[in-house]
Design a protein around this ligand. Sequence first.
Ligand SMILES: [Zn+2]
Length: 207
Amino acid sequence: MVDKADTDVPELLPVLVDAVLPLLKPYEFSLYLLLLRASEFRGGEIRIGKRTISARLGQGTRASRGNYNHITEKLNVLAEAGFIAVGDTSREGTQYRVLLPEAIPAVREVIATSEPPEQEPDYFTDPVLRAELMERDKWTCRYCGEVVTATTATLDHIIPQSLGGPNTPENLTTACLTCNAIKSGRTYEEAAPEILGALVRRKATTS
Ligand SMILES: [Zn+2]
């Protein structure tokens, strides 16, 4: 018997739902859960009779006469799929070795082939993507038209982050430090008077 005393049920749950559930029919899944429960969720050897299984899982849609056969059939499915190994039978029931999901090749295969969730590219934090957007905007501030450089360019959230604006190309625009600082956390409509005021003052001092 493998010592699996450190296996936590909460850690087991996602594997059971994501990788085991798709592999088994509902009754088989219930049966596997029952056996896993009998092994204290640690895998290992247990002895249990079909009478106990029947009593705990109910009779499903089958007539009670065929119920033990149904259980046997489903235990065989689990054994063939590598979820359990069936041992000897005594008066106390049949010995089973219940494997933890991670020890079952078919389950490991599901886990290995399941795609990691697609990560949205983050145009605000990725330096390469940031530069792409500045290139797209021709290194020009959207709000005042000032030409910016790699050191003075910023990216402004058109819909502010505080309002749920995402880090997507559509919601990010090149802005100069001044306009970005003025607009900070607001929409352009809200900040426009100040942005335009600052622009007029700058034009006045440079001409
Ligand atoms: Zn500007």
